[in-house]
Ligand binder design. Structure first.
Ligand SMILES: [Zn+2]
Ligand SMILES: [Zn+2]
Length: 159
């Protein structure tokens, strides 16, 4: 691999990773809190067992990564860093969302301002238990906590 291809692959990897946060925001805002609420609802209610219906989204979102990696290895090389970028996003999302925020498994808590703010922002997302009226749909990027709380207060929700 030349330096140029290495650089291009790295750029594709990072672009896919960054794109996924935007994609996740749109999915969460419009699909999961839209017609996908039948699955996502389980994530806004106390969990009864080890799994929740919402976990099925992870399976669905893994599919494009698997397809990209497959074709990346079989003849379409630029799809490999894209597939790996999507996978990396999934891994970071899983550590952060399911580990740090919801503590479904033990993971060291992020101590920096960045992580603390993100954890709080996602907790604020969970202050609303209904399909409509929630705030903060991002995962690795979020609006300032104070702003989110003010938005909720304006909607009559205590956070
Ligand atoms: Zn939600
Ligand atoms: Zn959550």
């Amino acid at each position: 691999m030349t330096m140029a291809t290495l650089g291009l692959n790295l750029a594709l990897f990072l672009a896919a990773l960054a794109f996924m946060e935007g994609f996740a925001w749109v999915m969460h805002r419009y699909v999961m809190h839209g017609w996908g609420w039948v699955w996502h609802r389980s994530h806004h209610e106390p969990r009864a067992g080890r799994f929740e219906l919402n976990d099925l989204f992870a399976v669905v979102f893994a599919a494009p990564a698997i397809v990209a990696i497959y074709f990346g290895v079989h003849g379409v090389p630029w799809l490999l860093p894209v597939g790996l970028g999507i996978t990396a996003y999934g891994a970071i999302y899983f550590m952060f969302h399911d580990g740090m925020v919801h503590q479904r498994f033990k993971v060291p808590l992020g101590k920096s301002r960045y992580w603390k703010q993100l954890i709080q922002a996602h907790r604020i997302h969970h202050a609303v238990h209904t399909k409509d009226g929630a705030v903060s749909f991002g995962f690795l990027l979020a609006r300032p906590v104070r702003e989110l709380k003010a938005k909720l207060r304006a909607r009559g929700v205590d956070a």
